[in-house]
Design a protein around this ligand. Sequence first.
Ligand SMILES: Nc1nc2c(ncn2[C@@H]2O[C@H](COP(=O)(O)OP(=O)(O)OP(=O)(O)O)[C@@H](O)[C@H]2O)c(=O)[nH]1
Ligand SMILES: [Mg+2]
Length: 340
Amino acid sequence: MKPCIVYLAQNTKRDSQYGRDSRSMLEMSLDLLYLNYNDQFKHDILIFHEGDFDLESQKEVRKGRDEIKFQEIHFQIPSFLKSEEIPILWDGKYGLGHRHMARFYSVTIFHILSELGYDWFMRMDDDSFIHSKINYNLFEFMDRNGYQYGYRAILKEPQRPTLGFSEAVFAYIKAERLKPKTFLDNFDLSTSVNYEYFSFKGMLKKRLTIFLEKLLNTLNHDFHNWPLPTEWNRLTYYNNFLITNINFWMRRDVQAFVGHFDRLGGTYKYRWTDHILHTAAVQIYLSEEKVFQFDDWTYEHATIKDGNLEWGGIFEGKDDKNNPVVKDFIKKYGKARHDY
Ligand SMILES: Nc1nc2c(ncn2[C@@H]2O[C@H](COP(=O)(O)OP(=O)(O)OP(=O)(O)O)[C@@H](O)[C@H]2O)c(=O)[nH]1
Ligand SMILES: [Mg+2]
């Protein structure tokens, strides 16, 4: 087993997307990671950057911790997309850097790490903070239990950056005649707007139609489990912390799926981000028992704007009750927000 921990980082006191002090957050995230975990386990930590960490800054961040290695990368819009179709600012707000980051984590990272010889990785962002002591090796825990994808929290993604995504996934699974493992559980038939279910008659009609269509599906195509198309519930893995097996992502079928969505260009055109693609890929190709939610340790990932909690928050570990960090955070910003 050759695991690593990965950051994508920016050496700035004010990042262009959110105006945050990325450099200080990175150092704080690393200090907590070492204090609570990596002092014990000494995994390699790769910090990807776009050339803005010079040797002096690298030394300052590393602080003598030899496991930390800096890796320079350069982002560009892939040549198979037409750059004139891609908005410089998506919705007048999200710059290209944010979308490069999304492509990095949903497409390129697996190849880069695989070529470097790694078979597992854990993702941390500069605004990801582990607040509890973790006394077991996270990678060995995953491997020993047969898990391939681990996450810490679930996020209900807002509708705007998912428009068309689940339909595109549907198109793919139909054309490829796939039988998704759990992705389809996230389509709630009862919320369908195609039927007049406000009256008793309407409800009966709806149930009967669903039953008949399902029956027809089963009779005609017993290889699949496609439901009637309705709204996706948009529950996604909040993947600013994740831990996954790279061999899963390098599987031929998973690569075909990821490549298909990369070529569609939805990341750049519609801001279909890395966590919605991860969620779909994991839930199409991995059965439930291979996906694991950590809940024992306390994790913080919060988007704070003008002193207010916009998104995310602090997620208390069930084995770390009464951590003062949690109380202080909630007192200042309130409970975690992960539902739109
Ligand atoms: N080098 C580089 N890093 C980036 C860029 N955009 C984001 N990152 C880094 O990628 C990681 C994830 O970015 P975030 O801005 O936290 O994105 P996010 O988690 O989707 O957004 P929030 O949920 O609001 O935190 C962070 O460590 C960022 O510093 C970029 O344009 N260039
Ligand atoms: Mg973040």
